[in-house]
Design a protein around this ligand. Sequence first.
Ligand code: ADP
Ligand code: ZN
Length: 431
Amino acid sequence: MDKEYLHEEEMLSRDELEALQLKRLKETIAQAKKGLFYWDRLEDIEPEDIKSLDDIKKLPFTTKDDLRKNYPVGLLTEPVAKMVRLHVSSGTTGAPTAVLYTQKDLDTWADLMARCMYMVGIRSWDIFQNLSGYGLFTGGLGIHYGAERLGCLTIPAGAGNSKRQIKLMKDFRVTAIHIIPSYALHLATVFDEMGIDPKSLNLKIALIGAEPHTEEVRKRIEEIYNVKAYNSYGLSEMNGPGVAFECKEQNGMHIWEDAYLVEVIDPDTLEPVPDGEFGELVLTTLKREGMPLIRYRTRDITRILPGECPCKRVHKRIDRIKGRSDDMFILKGVNIYPMQVEKVLMSIPEVGQNYLIVLEREGHIDQMRVKVEIKDEFFVEDMRVLKALQDKIQKRLRQEILITPKVELVEHRSLPKSEGKAIRVIDKRQE
Ligand code: ADP
Ligand code: ZN
C-alpha cells in the first residue's frame, strides 16, 4: 500500500514532467471543447495548435465570474448523469460557485490528497481526525477520502463541538489532524479551559490550510500541540485541497504539476511575472474530466520559489499565500494585507489567539482599529502595564504597515469566532 503513494509522477525528471504536461494539456483542450462553454471560447484553437507549454498563452483566461455566470452546470464537459459529486466553494468573496465531479475526478483527487499526506509522513497506521466542516466545503470529504485511500482510520469529526473533538483525540489516540489554522488557535483555548495539555496527546502531524495564515501562526500551532504543521493549499475550482502542499522541508508548497499547469501573472497587465516575484496564481487542470478549467485566475497572491527543494521533487514550489487580491485594503493610500498585521501580532508573546481588524471612518479620515486578544496571564489590573503593551503593539504594527492603527486590548476568547474560515477584517467605511 505504501509504495503506491510514492507516485511515479512525483519522481519524474523535469523533462519527463513537461512532456507529460504537454500531452495532458492537449487532452484537456479536447475534453474542454466537448462542453458548450469552451466550445465557444476555444473556437479557433485545436489541441494540435499547442506545440509547447508556452503556447498556453494563446488560450483565454477563465474567471470566477465565468463560473458564476454559468452556474450551475454550464461548464460541464460530460453529461450531468455521469457526475457523482457536487461541492460548492465557501463563498468567501461573493456568490458561491459549484463544482461537479465524475468518479474518475474523485479518484484523481483522492490520489493527489493521499500523495500529499504520504509526503509528510502519514501512513496507514495513523489515526486521522478531520476537524474541518463536512458538507459542501471541500475540506471535509476531500481530505477524508485522501486519508481513507492511504488506509488511515479516519474520523470525520467535522467543525465545532470543541470538547467532543478533544475527547475523540484522546480516546482514539489520534496522531494526525486536519484543521483550519484559526480554529487550531481557538481550540487551544478550549484545551486550556478543560485543563488538558495538548502536548499530552499523541499528535504528531497537523495539516493546516484553507485560509491565509503566517509563519508565526504555524509556529504557535507547532508549539502548542507539539506537532509538525504542514501548509495545505487548494480551492474548490481545482477539486479542493491537494493542489499544493508542503513537504517535510517546510519551505514552500509543491504544486502537483502533473495535475495542474502553473502560471503566475501580473493581475493588471496579465503578463507572466518572473519566478520569485509575487503575482496572481493561474491554474489549468490537466486531469479533470467533468469540469476542466483553463487558465483559471485564482486571485490568490503568491510566487514561484526559485531553486531546487532538498527533497528532490521537481514539482515547483509556491510561497505561502499572501492573501487574495480582494483581501488587500487601502488605507490612507497604503496597500495592506491582513497577514502583515497577523505576522506582527502573533510574534508578540502576550497576544492571545485571536484578533480583528476594523476599518472605520472618523469624520473624513479613515482609521484602522486592531482589536487584540490578550492572554489571561497578561490581562492585569495595572493600567500602566496594559498601556505599555498597547504602545508596543502599535509601534510594531507601524513598522510593518507604515501607518499608526488604534490598538484595543480585549480579553481572551472575547472576539467572535467562526468555525470555518476566520473573518479578519470588518470594513465599516462605507456604512
Ligand atoms: P472560497 O474561495 O469561497 O473561500 P474555497 O473553499 O474553494 O472557497 O476556498 C479556496 C480559497 O481558500 C483559495 O482560493 C485561497 O484563497 C484560500 N486558501 C486555501 N488554502 C489556503 C492556504 N493554505 N493558504 C492561504 N489561503 C488558502
Ligand atoms: Zn520538497
